[in-house]
Design a protein around this ligand. Sequence first.
Ligand SMILES: Cc1cc2nc3c(=O)[nH]c(=O)nc-3n(C[C@H](O)[C@H](O)[C@H](O)COP(=O)(O)O)c2cc1C
Length: 205
Amino acid sequence: MKVLLLNGSPHKDGAVAEGLKEAQGVFEQKGIDTLWIHIGNRAIRGCNACEKCYGKGRCVYEDKANEVIDAMKDCDGIIIGSPVYYAGINGSLKSLLDRVFNAGSDVFKYKAASCIVNARRAGTTAAYDDINKYFGISGMVISPSRYWNMTHGNSAEEVIQDEEGMGTVRVIANSMSWLLKVLEDGKRKYGIPERYPVKGTNFIR
Ligand SMILES: Cc1cc2nc3c(=O)[nH]c(=O)nc-3n(C[C@H](O)[C@H](O)[C@H](O)COP(=O)(O)O)c2cc1C
């Protein structure tokens, strides 16, 4: 079993990475592999709504978006970490996730999902909402947690001092370790739900 740890901060070893490392420690104890992808500090373009990804499962722009989609084919779960910027997620991460989930939502279905948002001080619950919306629309199974998935600190050194936040991270990784086994057993026993027909209407009438 493998979990993708997506660091959505431009800082490779900052506060967000520190939270993800804490989760990695729990996964190691549980015998679960991890794979890291760092969003980096280069420009990441947003979705241009060309719709060429539909039915192909890939974005026309060969960059980090397809790297995440490809990595996820081999993973059973994902934890997305983001710094809070203006009470939302990092703009580069938003650009990436719009394209990843628009092009590749099939590789996420019925897999385990969780997030960790980190702020110096405020805006965490709004950022937490931002990420969970990608999971919900893509048929992912959100891992149980305690409190909401947030840590506080402006640097790796500071976030280590957020004992409660780091405790929440360990709970997330521990419960995802459990959820991965539940999903594996459940899929073997019951498969996945059949595609249930829903009529798409672009406005309410
Ligand atoms: C453009 C920008 C906007 C920010 N907005 C907020 C904010 O709304 N609330 C907050 O508490 N911290 C804010 N911060 C601080 C970051 O959340 C914090 O530095 C970051 O989470 C640290 O994680 P990192 O070391 O992994 O980058 C902002 C930082 C930047 C650069």
